[in-house]
Write a protein of this length. Structure first.
Ligand code: NAD
Length: 423
C-alpha cells in the first residue's frame, strides 16, 4: 500500500489509514484515477534539526517536520503539532487529510502539516519561544504567505503563531501577517478563529442530526478531548439543548447521566487544562468511555481511537470526528454495518481551516470582518459543502467519508490535470 522507502506504516498508523481511505475512493474517480498516485506521495517533506539552549545552559536537539502533501489547488495550508509522539509518517497523514479537507470545502489551498517531536509542557516559556523561532527559521525556506501557511494544532496556540509570524517577518525584512493563521487578534488574527473548528463540528453535527431525525434538544453527548475543538463543540451543543454526559481527556474519564454543568466544566478545563477536578460526576475506567449510553459521540483528541472492537460497543447514533483520523478503516465498516452515521474529519473539523482562510484573506486586504459575519459565512460554507457530499453519498451509495474524498479528489485531480505535469 505504501510504495515509499522512507516510511514503514503499521496497520494502525495514520499514514496507513489515509492510504486505505484513498484506495476506497479510486473506483469513483473515473478517468481522473490515472492521477491517483499523486495523492499517495507527499510532494515535499522537510526534516529539520531544532537545537536550542535550555534555561540551565545545556543544549537540546528536537526533530521537526514540514510536509507539503499537495499544492495543485494553491499554497500549502495546515497546522503545526507539538507532541512527543509526532513522527514524519504522522505529519504526512495529517498533511494528506489537509489536502482533502481544503478541497472538500473548496478553499484555494493545497495540504500541508508540520510538527516537532516534543512535550511542550516540559519547556519553560522562553525555551518554547526559542524552539518555535528556530523551527520557523529552519522551515522558512518553504513557508510563506503564497507558499505554505501554518496554523495551530495540538500543543500549539495563538502565542506560538505570533512568534512564528515575527520570526518569519524578521528573516524576510517585512511584516508578513499572512504567513500563519490562528494568530493573536492584535497581530492580524481573526475573530471567531479560536472556536471555529468546534463551531464547524457543531454545524455539521446539527445538519446530520436533522437529516437522521435526531433532536438536539435533550440529546446525550459524549466527548473525548475537551481542548480547543472538543470544548467549543461541547459548549455549542449545550447551547442547543444537548446534555454532556461523558468526558474523557488525558487525565481520565467522567460521566454524569443528568448532564455536566457546562459553565463549571469549562471553568475547570480553562483553569487546570483538564477535567479531573470537576466535582459533580463519577470517575470511570477509561475503556468504559466507549460503552457510555449516548446519542452523539465526538472524538476530539487523537488519531486511531475508534478501533473495530470499540466500534462494536459504541451506543451513539452519530459520530462527529472533531479529531483528525480518529477512526480506523475497519472500524468504519463496523460502524456502517451497525447503522451508526459518521461525519468524517475531512468535513466535520474543516471549520478551523475555513476561518483560517478568512484570516488570510483579511490579512491581505488589511480589512477585518465582525465575528457575526465570520460565523454566518462559516455556517454557510459548511452547510453547502456537507450538502454536496451528502448528495454524492446518496448517488453512489457510499459512506460520507468516501463521498468527501470523492468530491475533494475530483477537485484536486482536475486541478492537477489542468495545470499539466511539469516540465
Ligand atoms: P488540544 O490540545 O486543545 O486538546 C486536546 C484534548 O485531547 C485535550 O483535552 C487533551 O486532554 C485530550 N487528550 C490528549 N491525549 C488524550 C488521550 N490519550 N485520551 C483522551 N484524551 C486525550 O487540541 P485540539 O486543537 O482541540 O485538537 C484536537 C484534535 O482536533 C486533533 O486531532 C487535531 O488535529 C484536530 N483538529 C484541530 C483543529 C484546530 O483548529 N485546533 C482543527 C482541525 C482538527
Amino acid at each position: 500500500m505504501s510504495y515509499l522507502s522512507y516510511v514503514n506504516p503499521t496497520a494502525t498508523s495514520p499514514w496507513h489509514t489515509y492510504l486505505a481511505q484513498v484506495d476506497r475512493v479510486l473506483p469513483y474517480l473515473g478517468p481522473l484515477a490515472r492521477w491517483a498516485e499523486t495523492l499517495k506521495r507527499p510532494k515535499r517533506s522537510l526534516l529539520v534539526d531544532v537545537p536550542i539552549e535550555m534555561d540551565d545552559g545545556t543544549v537540546r536537539h528536537f526533530e521537526g517536520y514540514r510536509v507539503q502533501h499537495n499544492l495543485s489547488r494553491g499554497p500549502g495550508k495546515g497546522g503545526v503539532r507539538y507532541h512527543p509522539d509526532v513522527t514524519l509518517e504522522e505529519v504526512m497523514a495529517l498533511a494528506g487529510w489537509m489536502t482533502i479537507k481544503n478541497a472538500a470545502v473548496a478553499l484555494p489551498f493545497g495540504g500541508a502539516k508540520g510538527g516537532i517531536r516534543v512535550d511542550p509542557k516540559t519547556l519553560s516559556r522562553k525555551e518554547l519561544e526559542r524552539m518555535t523561532r528556530r523551527y520557523t527559521s529552519e522551515i522558512g525556506i518553504i513557508i510563506g504567505p503564497q507558499q505554505d501557511i501554518p496554523a495551530p494544532d495540538v500543543g500549539t496556540n495563538a502565542q506560538i503563531m505570533g512568534w512564528m509570524m515575527d520570526t518569519y517577518s524578521m528573516n524576510t525584512g517585512a511584516t508578513a501577517t499572512g504567513v500563519v493563521t490562528g494568530k493573536p487578534i492584535h497581530l492580524g488574527g481573526s475573530l471567531g478563529r479560536v472556536k471555529a473548528t468546534g463551531r464547524g463540528v457543531f454545524v455539521t453535527g446539527r445538519e446530520a442530526a436533522r437529516r437522521i431525525g435526531l433532536k438536539l434538544d435533550g440529546a446525550r453527548v459524549a466527548v473525548q478531548g475537551l481542548g480547543n475543538v472538543g470544548g467549543a463543540a461541547a459548549e455549542l451543543f449545550g447551547q442547543a439543548g444537548a446534555k454532556l454526559v461523558a468526558v474523557q481527556d488525558h487525565t481520565g474519564t467522567l460521566v454524569n447521566a443528568n448532564g455536566f454543568d457546562m459553565a463549571d466544566t469549562m471553568e475547570v478545563v480553562k483553569r487546570d487544562g483538564a477535567i479531573g477536578a470537576y466535582k459533580d460526576a463519577e470517575r470511570i475506567d477509561n475503556e468504559a468511555f466507549w460503552d457510555v449510553d449516548c446519542d452523539i459521540l465526538i472524538p476530539a483528541a487523537l488519531e486511531g481511537q475508534i478501533t473495530p472492537a470499540r466500534a462494536n460497543r459504541i451506543k451513539a447514533k452519530l459520530v462527529l470526528e472533531g479529531a483528525n483520523g480518529p477512526t480506523l478503516p475497519e472500524a468504519d465498516d463496523v460502524l456502517a454495518d451497525r447503522g451508526v452515521l459518521v461525519v468524517p474529519d475531512v468535513i466535520c473539523n474543516a471549520g478551523g481551516v475555513t476561518v483560517s482562510y478568512f484570516e488570510w484573506v483579511q490579512d491581505f486586504s488589511s480589512f477585518f470582518w465582525s465575528e457575526d459575519e465570520i460565523n454566518v459565512r462559516l455556517d454557510k460554507i459548511m452547510v453547502d459543502a456537507l450538502k454536496k457530499i451528502w448528495d454524492t453519498a446518496d448517488r453512489h451509495k457510499i459512506s460520507l467519508r468516501t463521498a468527501t474524498f470523492a468530491v475533494a479528489c475530483e477537485r484536486i485531480l482536475v486541478a492537477r490535470e489542468e495545470r499539466g505535469l511539469y516540465p
